[in-house]
Design a protein around this ligand. Structure first.
Ligand SMILES: C[S@@+](CC[C@H](N)C(=O)[O-])C[C@H]1O[C@@H](n2cnc3c(N)ncnc32)[C@H](O)[C@@H]1O
Length: 187
């Protein structure tokens, strides 16, 4: 009886550890796990007008809430970048089962280092600190006209092109670069 109880305690501890890791482990990298709900994904795809000519990068893709629907419902090419091995594994399995699998690439990578070549849309649902860290790269590396769509947190210092307040979705467009040097900083 005592043996059975201690085994049960061990299994419960492992289970609780796994759940805590799944949702909170990646806080270390930039955000914990919380999937974007179905209605919000629909609103995001709509606001960003994602379509077959787009290449969508979902940075911190989780289990692919946005990525799968962008590919399956909108015909976009998708690059889903996720650092957590378990969620990246689930994404890879979902990709294999998807009729749109040829348009979906899964990268188990750090989003702060991933190559953004070809992105026409970047989607994020990350902590504000991670967004602030990411934003200089987005400004520098995305082509003018590319869209950045953030769920829940706005990009500090950026002016949104459109906002869906009900679903807390912020759409930004990378402006044309003037080619002029940045004004000199005083002081
Ligand atoms: C709030 S969840 C959003 C998941 C998904 N984008 C969605 O909207 O349903 C944030 C995800 O970002 C991932 N993440 C956090 N830091 C990361 C990093 N540095 N590189 C790649 N993925 C990261 C987490 O593992 C988590 O799955």
């Amino acid at each position: 009886m005592a043996d059975a109880l201690s085994w049960a305690a061990i299994f419960m501890a492992i289970g609780a550890g796994a759940v805590i890791y799944f949702f909170l482990g990646s806080f270390l990298f930039g955000a914990g796990y919380e999937p974007t709900g179905r209605a919000r994904v629909g609103a995001l795809l709509e606001l960003a007008e994602i379509g077959p000519t787009d290449t969508v990068y979902e940075l911190g893709a989780g289990t692919g809430a946005i990525a799968m629907r962008a590919a399956e419902e909108r015909g976009a090419r998708v690059v889903a970048v996720e650092i957590d091995p378990l969620r990246a594994g689930i994404l890879a399995l979902r990709r294999l089962r998807s009729p749109a699998r040829r348009r979906i690439t899964v990268r188990r990578e750090n989003l702060f280092r991933t190559d953004l070549t070809g992105a026409t849309v970047v989607t994020t649902f990350l902590w504000p600190s991670a967004m602030t860290r990411l934003s200089p790269r987005l400004e520098r590396e995305l082509a003018p006209g590319s869209r950045v769509v953030s769920h829940y947190h706005p990009l500090i210092g950026w002016i949104p092109d459109a906002v869906d307040r009900e679903h807390r979705i912020y759409l930004y467009r990378i402006p044309e670069r003037t080619g002029r040097p940045a004004p000199a900083q005083s002081g």
